[in-house]
Write a new protein. Structure first.
Length: 725
């Protein structure tokens, strides 16, 4: 026996020691079990459906103007379309392959599919009920969706002309019989299925399918009526077709009819070693248009025989079919959002150009040489980003520009600036991400335009998406070379920048700009940095840095100091990081999380997450900024806190399979703005907020205190730095 062992063996057992080796209580056993159980996680797919339910709830929210409620309804439908075509399609493939690998919350693919179908069914029904209510309210305000029987003689005359000139030439009716199989129905397109009866012989019947042309509006605006001069009237495209079916099929009348709509698998696979990556993507995108049908929506009025024909032809399992007693293609209701009714829309908001940019006459370089600049979009204008790159393109002292492009608009001023810079002889490099889902075609086209102008276009890593948002401008100033950088949490997209809340950080801090240059070199030349001075980046160091920051907070608590973490993210999915947050909670670290969408963490569970609170903000603007704050031994908010902004959500793909950046916020003014305003306002919000409870249910926050909206606050105070909330 060693001296240490001997000393331990002879030491008397204290009351504390006896308690430590006592049999665990029932509560302790339960706590220990849940720390290892899949029950500690919320299913990712069901959490996403919860988020979309919160969007639907905004369509019901009477605080929102009527047409904005309609917009929320359309957004929820668009979200569901993408969810089925991507996430459900992936699960369906796993079920087809008979995979039984479970998700972190312990569900097999088949179990997840069953749960999704059940939850989605409720969402579909909620959407239909909400549309019915909104349609009635719209009619009361003078915006009417007309039924066929509501149309007068003048309406029918006008519609017939419109039909003959605009609709009839495009239509291609297909007979359904052994010689004419069900035609291909493109993804998210609708078809009108009809049973026609001969007017001369009731026994002479035929079944036909007419694809609704996607080039035409679903809701057609009718001319102003003399009887109702202040009423805006709409009629559905399918109703127009049925009104004039005798023109398409002379001698026939409609027996019955109904709509159907398909959602196809839009996921695409590409050869990793394709010689021409662009050509590989173009080919795959064509395959996407013909993807397998994942979900089929059917009008309850659709004749049974027609429904059976279509279902058999498309090979859709019964459980993947939803019968709707209402409007199919709910996403189209956005066409009812007219711009001549400002009384039914959110008040117009014009973003503010930052004061320092205005004071410097719009000269971004002069403004940034004095100190760093943080811009909070859309409350502060995205135009400052466009001006930064446009000025760089036109400035003869600028030598080089480097830019990442994940998503941007089809006629992007950012791309035009890069082209102008290249044509003027500057060295311009653009890292274009071809795999930005649903923007692949736009990015292919932009990459070809950039290359034609002399821009060096790079597509990055074959395995990892480049999701980081970076701009780098190298400029000659006297006898020195100075580098300017822009870091963002959002995309270089002028349109979405008006509705997404995002951060833009401009700097010429040498540490940050040197790190940004290393990150560009890593993507373009696979030059792995040996060491970064300030920036963490995925897939190499963000996870490691976050783990260290969480561990520091745990150690502070052990040393008797406060431990606190505030997070603002879009999605919280990564199981390892969630477990680290659970560990911090158990140690006594106070954690507040603002998550827009998916959250797989369960807050408020005894013995696991009592010290974690989770909320979500859903309102006029789409929350998109990502901020991570760590108390650093002090209670938040504190001037001593460590704060970071990032392009990365807390998901495995963002940590391990993407190029992302995580930027420290050091300057006092910017530190104060992010922590004491942005984060405090988000945590204080009670008009647009939902809380996630330990039972996995989201509940709208009760406004028991003074009403406060983070969005309204920043619309009124877009650039305040010294004001405290």
């Amino acid at each position: 026996m060693t001296p240490k062992e001997k000393n331990t063996a002879t030491k008397p057992t204290t009351v504390r020691a006896r308690k430590a080796i006592a049999t665990p209580t029932k509560t302790e056993v339960v706590v220990s079990a849940i720390k290892k159980s899949p029950e500690r996680f919320i299913n990712r797919e069901l959490s996403w459906l919860d988020f979309n339910q919160r969007v639907v709830e905004e369509a019901k929210n009477t605080r929102n103007p009527l047409l904005e409620r309609l917009r929320f309804l359309s957004i929820s439908a668009s979200n569901l379309d993408e969810f089925f075509s991507v996430r459900v399609a992936g699960l369906a493939g796993q079920v087809l392959e008979k995979l039984i690998t479970t998700s972190p919350d312990g569900l097999t693919p088949a179990q997840q599919m069953a749960a999704i179908r059940e939850r989605a069914k409720g969402l579909f029904e909620d959407q239909q009920q909400t549309y019915t209510e909104l349609k009635q309210l719209l009619a009361e305000t003078g915006i009417v969706v007309c039924q066929s029987q509501d149309l007068g003689h003048d309406d029918l005359t006008w519609l017939k002309t419109y039909f003959m000139e605009r609709i009839f030439p495009i239509l291609t009716p297909i007979a359904l019989d052994p010689a004419h199989p069900v035609p291909f129905i493109p993804n998210l397109n609708m078809a009108l299925a009809l049973r026609l009866i001969s007017q001369k012989n009731d026994r002479n019947r035929k079944y036909v399918l007419i694809l609704l042309p996607s080039q035409l509006p679903r809701f057609l605006v009718l001319p102003v009526s003399e009887k109702h001069p202040k009423t805006q009237r709409f009629v559905l495209l399918e109703d127009i077709i049925t009104l004039f079916i005798a023109i398409i099929f002379p001698g026939y009348k409609i027996g019955n009819y109904g709509l159907l709509r398909v959602i196809r698998d839009t996921d695409v696979e590409f050869e990793e070693e394709a010689e021409d990556l662009v050509r590989s993507y173009e080919t795959a995108l064509k395959r996407r248009r013909r993807g397998v049908v994942i979900h089929l929506d059917i009008d309850s009025q659709l004749p049974t025989k027609l429904a059976d024909l279509v279902i058999h032809a498309l090979e859709v399992p019964a459980e993947d079919i939803t019968v709707h007693n209402g409007l199919l293609g709910m996403v189209d209701v956005k066409q009812l959002i007219v711009d001549n009714r400002p009384d039914l829309l959110f008040p117009y908001y014009k973003s503010l150009v930052p004061a320092r940019i205005r004071e410097c006459g719009g000269d971004a370089f002069t403004a940034l040489r004095s100190k760093d600049l943080l811009v909070y979009h859309p409350f502060e204008s995205f135009d400052v980003v466009v001006r930064f790159l446009r000025q760089a393109a036109q400035d003869p002292q600028v030598l080089a520009i480097k830019q990442t492009l994940y998503r941007t608009s089809s006629n992007s001023p950012i791309v035009r600036a890069l082209i102008e810079a290249a044509e003027s002889g500057k060295s311009v490099t653009a890292i274009v991400e071809l795999r930005a889902r649903f923007d692949e075609e736009t990015n292919i086209r932009l990459s070809r335009d950039l290359e034609a102008a002399g821009v060096q276009v790079v597509f990055g890593f074959a395995d990892w998406k480049t999701h980081a948002k970076l701009s780098l401008v190298v400029r000659r100033e006297g006898n020195m070379i100075r580098t300017y950088a822009h870091f963002g949490t959002g995309n270089y997209h002028p349109i979405t920048a008006k509705i997404y809340t995002d951060l833009s950080y401009f700097t010429c801090n040498p540490k940050l700009t040197r790190d940004a240059a290393k990150l560009f070199n890593y993507v373009t030349g696979y030059a792995r940095p040996s060491q970064m001075e300030a920036i963490a980046f995925s897939p190499l160091t963000i996870r490691k840095t976050l783990n260290e920051l969480i561990e520091q907070e745990i150690e502070f608590v052990k040393d008797g100091k406060p431990g606190s973490i505030w997070l603002k993210i879009n999605s919280l999915v990564d199981p390892r990081l969630i477990d680290r947050l659970y560990e911090a909670s158990c140690a006594g670290v106070k954690i507040n999380i603002v998550v827009r969408g998916i959250c797989c963490l369960r807050p408020g569970v005894v013995g696991l997450s009592e010290n974690i609170q989770v909320k979500s903000i859903v309102g006029r603007f789409l929350e998109h900024a990502r901020v991570f704050a760590f108390g650093n031994g002090y209670e938040l908010p504190s001037k001593h806190a460590k704060i970071y902004m990032s392009s990365a959500d807390w998901m495995e793909r963002n940590m391990d399979r993407r190029i992302e950046e995580m930027i420290p916020i050091i300057p006092d003014e910017i530190h104060n703005k992010v922590l004491n305003q942005l984060m405090v306002a988000n945590l204080k919000d009670n008009l647009q907020s939902w809380h996630l409870d330990h039972d996995k249910k989201w509940r709208r926050v009760d406004v028991t205190e003074k009403p406060f909206s983070a969005h309204e606050y920043f619309m009124e105070n877009p650039s305040l730095i010294d004001k405290k909330l």
